[in-house]
Write a protein that binds this ligand. Structure first.
Ligand code: NAP
Length: 348
């Protein structure tokens, strides 16, 4: 078993890590950290548990410690669910102390020597780790996953990018409140309402998507070269981000070809049969009223992205439209980091 810790273990994403790692065959939770507010308390006393499941036995009695590598003993991998501002100062210290940091936070994502990885999309970008260790003189290293809405989008773009010539992508998101963290959106702001702005979300989607689909050559990534434009909105859904995607292709295509690309898509995690890998990463629904967050977010234990309403839009030439749903705190956060760690354990 590999001993693992969770940084920011009491938050929305931290709780998902604990739930998903509770019965993991290879990773064992031995350390939990949070802010000074929670440090010193038993986990079950420190957390306001919001998930339907029970707190896993192995985490209940662990004493939460301050988020400091000196407080985290005998741990090989830490999963970071820290706010970005805190992660920026802290994650490098854990890597310097020799640990592998699998992070959800945005802080280090766009550093040129820090891999930003979705295992089904760009596992080869993990090669940047060697450069990172050399550049920074660390024994450990940091690997990041993209933000929640980018992961779901890019998983569906990958098979299309490989088979068709994408010119422009327009995305309109309808994002769940859990994406903002436990204290993120006051109920007075979101019940009976929609908020048409999520700070820095559009910028993240537009840059991270192109980075993920970019080519790694001699230690640097050349981002993919198509346009991405997004509009991000918070809606009164607890979990599960929905995205309406519009794509302009350079050439003609058929809906049947797109449908087949989605259905046949497999990546390295499926080939390696990694524990958290969904057998079918993209699930295609044919009903006119799917996907829906409440009905589709838990597909393949929350690790698959569900698409539907695949259609051609003749109004703007060779344009494709579809709707997707992905679970934001599982595939879009904790599950994504865990899959990254499983891949690292398997191939590095
Ligand atoms: P959250 O619910 O606000 O949780 C934040 C966690 O960080 C808590 O455990 C908190 O501990 C801890 N923390 C806060 N200030 C700290 C400090 N000064 N020192 C050490 N620990 C501190 O946030 P979240 O939604 O889980 O998000 C966590 C990270 O994941 C963020 O970077 C977010 O952008 C990213 N992310 C979130 C999602 C999502 O869907 N929610 C998806 C992708 C990525 P206390 O309980 O002690 O305050």
């Amino acid at each position: 078993m590999v001993n693992v810790g969770i940084l920011g273990a009491t938050g929305m994403v931290g709780q998902r890590f604990i739930e998903l790692l509770g019965d993991h065959p290879d990773f064992q939770i031995t350390a939990l950290t949070a802010s000074k507010r929670s440090a010193g308390k038993k986990y079950e006393d420190a957390v306001t548990w919001y998930l339907d499941s029970k707190i896993p036995e192995e985490a209940r009695d662990i004493t939460v410690v301050d988020t400091d590598p000196g407080e985290v003993k005998d741990v090989d991998i830490v999963f970071s669910a820290l706010p970005a501002g805190i992660a920026l100062g802290v994650e490098p210290k854990f890597a310097e102390a020799g640990m592998i940091v699998a992070s959800n936070a945005a802080a280090m994502r766009m550093e040129p020597d820090v891999p930003l990885v979705i295992p089904e999309v760009n596992p080869e970008h993990l090669e940047l780790v060697e450069l990172q260790k050399k550049n920074r003189g660390w024994d450990g290293f940091i690997v990041t996953n993209p933000n929640c809405s980018t992961i779901a989008l890019t998983m569906t773009l990958k098979p299309l990018y490989d088979e068709f010539d994408i010119e422009r992508v327009y995305v309109s998101t309808m994002q769940a409140v859990s994406g903002a963290g436990y204290d993120g959106v006051p109920s007075m702001a979101i019940v009976d309402n929609l908020v048409p702005f999520i700070g820095e979300e559009e910028e993240k989607m537009e840059t991270e998507t192109l980075e993920l689909l970019g080519d790694l050559d001699e230690g640097s990534i050349t981002p993919a070269k198509f346009g991405v434009s997004t509009s991000c909105h918070r809606v009164a859904v607890l979990d599960g981000h929905t995205e309406a995607v519009f794509i302009e292709m350079a050439d003609d295509f058929t809906v049947e070809d797109v449908d087949q690309s989605f259905r046949e898509f497999q990546g390295l995690p499926q080939k390696l049969d990694l524990y958290s890998a969904p057998a079918t990463p993209i699930i295609v629904r044919e009903e006119d009223n799917r996907p829906q967050p409440r009905m589709d977010r838990n597909a393949e234990h929350g690790m698959a992205v569900t698409v539907g309403r695949i259609r051609k839009d003749e109004a703007f030439g060779n344009s494709l439209k579809y709707v997707l749903v992905g679970h934001n705190t599982i595939r879009g956060a904790a599950g994504a980091s865990i899959l990254n760690a499983e891949l690292i354990k398997e191939i590095m």
